[in-house]
Design a binder for this molecule. Structure first.
Ligand code: HEC
Ligand code: HEC
Length: 399
């Protein structure tokens, strides 16, 4: 371990209580890195510089908040959103980013550099979250659409990595051979691995997901995402020319492989409540309405056993209302990975929001936005008596 890295590790853990340290030095250091506010390079503290040049937030914790570590939105009376944990993707249905602004809007920049512009958000019941982007230098391409994405919860995220890959593949039914209207396909990434993380299953490992978050949301490069200027395009010359925080002691990047690993260890250990998958009225309604075809209660675990997840980790066509026009290499804009329904009990309070763009203020609103392959389940849900619907929602709230 280099002297600098040792200093970094010690600085990261110094502020933590002894109890956290007993839980594992790794996780404690990971938590410190997750909470750390990064600063622009060059700085006097080499260990935490490299922010930007363009970024959305200065720390992971600014977007992943509360007990569930999820994005939140507080909404004013006129629907104006104060978003903490929204990022806006740019692209067309084919998954190509904007030629000028890249794959994501970064509304903030380090001192002395212009940001990409300002973005504000509006919500109205039953409508998609609407971002209003005032670009700083030149218009978006005519085909570029805006795709707001809410930070998903991280409590229980470790469970996703435990699922047996073969089981994900077996669950897929792209041709709907069983005729239940639910298809589902696995996302196979360029290297042949199966995507699991993110709203479109864009990363196969938690390390890769963390590295991508560093790169796109905070503007920090790492060996798994070696782009110190984030997703700045060749047109963004001032961004590309800005100083960066790459250093030999961080594997030649701004964040080392080890630092990514520390955060992953921390996230892997974030607990979600353990809920018995056994039978009660709400669970029975969840199954009989067809929710469990996608939100599979328990997935086979690598090496044996089961993981309580309420997800098949597959992509589903969710219909026109959830289609934001922003695709991703090989994934249509109307396709989404089934989000695990875990830690819902930790997501309570006025600022909790659901679905990929946070449009739903309640679990009921989230279910009523389901379409496409989930149309049948949605119709079953609509047809329930008010009392049964309440039982189903109450069950979700206990997860
Ligand atoms: C600007 C807000 C923002 C910041 C900062 C941010 N995230 Fe996220 N995070 C998101 C959004 C939005 C998504 C969903 C992205 C997608 O799927 O396209 C996400 C997804 C994730 C996921 C995948 C969750 C799942 O259910 O599969 C993980 C893990 C994660 N972030 C960890 C991190 C870590 C670690 C950091 C800091 C290095 C970080 N995030 C910083 C907004 C943020
Ligand atoms: C065809 C697969 C499928 C079926 C069937 C299905 N869902 Fe979903 N569900 C999804 C997908 C995919 C999303 C994410 C959609 C988005 O955000 O655009 C989702 C989102 C949700 C969410 C919001 C989760 C979050 O973290 O924001 C809840 C709650 C939910 N579903 C409950 C249900 C219930 C209850 C049923 C049965 C009435 C059901 N779902 C049926 C695929 C399905």
């Amino acid at each position: 371990m280099s002297a600098r890295r040792l200093v970094l590790m010690l600085a990261a853990v110094a502020a933590l209580p002894a109890l956290a340290l007993a839980d594992g030095l790794e996780r404690a250091a990971g938590k410190a890195l997750f909470d750390r506010l990064w600063v622009a390079a060059p700085s006097s503290t080499l260990a935490n510089d490299g922010l930007g040049p363009l970024f959305i937030e200065k720390s992971c914790a600014s977007c992943h908040m509360g007990k569930a570590f999820a994005g939140q939105m507080s909404v004013a009376g006129d629907g104006t959103v104060i978003a903490r944990g929204l990022a806006t993707r740019l692209g067309n249905t084919a998954g190509t980013g904007d030629p000028l602004y890249g794959r994501q809007i970064q509304p903030r920049a380090v001192h002395g550099l212009a940001s990409e512009g300002t973005v504000s958000y509006h919500v109205a019941p039953g409508e998609p979250t609407r971002p209003d982007f005032a670009p700083a230098f030149g218009a978006l391409a005519a085909t570029t659409k805006l795709g707001p994405r809410l930070a998903p919860p991280l409590a229980g995220i470790g469970r996703i990595g435990l699922v047996d890959e073969a089981a994900i593949l077996t669950g897929a039914d792209p041709d709907d051979r069983d005729g239940d209207g639910v298809r589902g396909r696995a996302r196979i990434l360029a290297d042949g691995s199966v995507g699991r993380y993110g709203w479109k299953a864009s990363a196969a490992t938690l390390d890769q997901q963390v590295a991508d978050a560093f790169m796109l949301d905070i503007g920090l490069s790492s060996p798994l995402a070696p782009h110190p200027a984030g997703d700045c395009t060749t047109a963004e010359t001032a961004c590309l020319a800005a100083p960066d925080g790459r250093d030999a002691s961080f594997d030649g990047e701004e964040v080392s492989r080890q630092m990514v690993g520390l955060i992953t260890a921390y996230l892997d250990g974030l607990p979600a409540p353990n809920v018995p998958t056994g039978s009660d009225a709400g669970a029975a309604l969840f199954a009989s309405a067809g929710c469990a075809s996608c939100h599979v209660p328990a997935m086979p675990k690598r090496g044996g056993g089961a993981v309580t997840l309420y997800s098949d980790l597959l992509l589903h066509d969710m219909g026109a209302a959830l289609d934001d026009g922003v695709g991703e290499g090989g994934v249509a804009s109307k396709e989404w990975r089934t989000p695990p329904l875990i830690a819902l009990s930790l997501r309570q309070g006025g600022e909790t929001r659901y679905l990929h763009d946070g449009r739903a203020a309640t679990l009921d609103e989230a279910v009523r936005a389901h379409g496409g392959e989930a149309s049948r389940a949605r119709a079953n849900y609509d047809a329930l008596s008010d009392a049964d619907r309440a039982k189903l929602i109450e069950f979700l709230g206990r997860l």
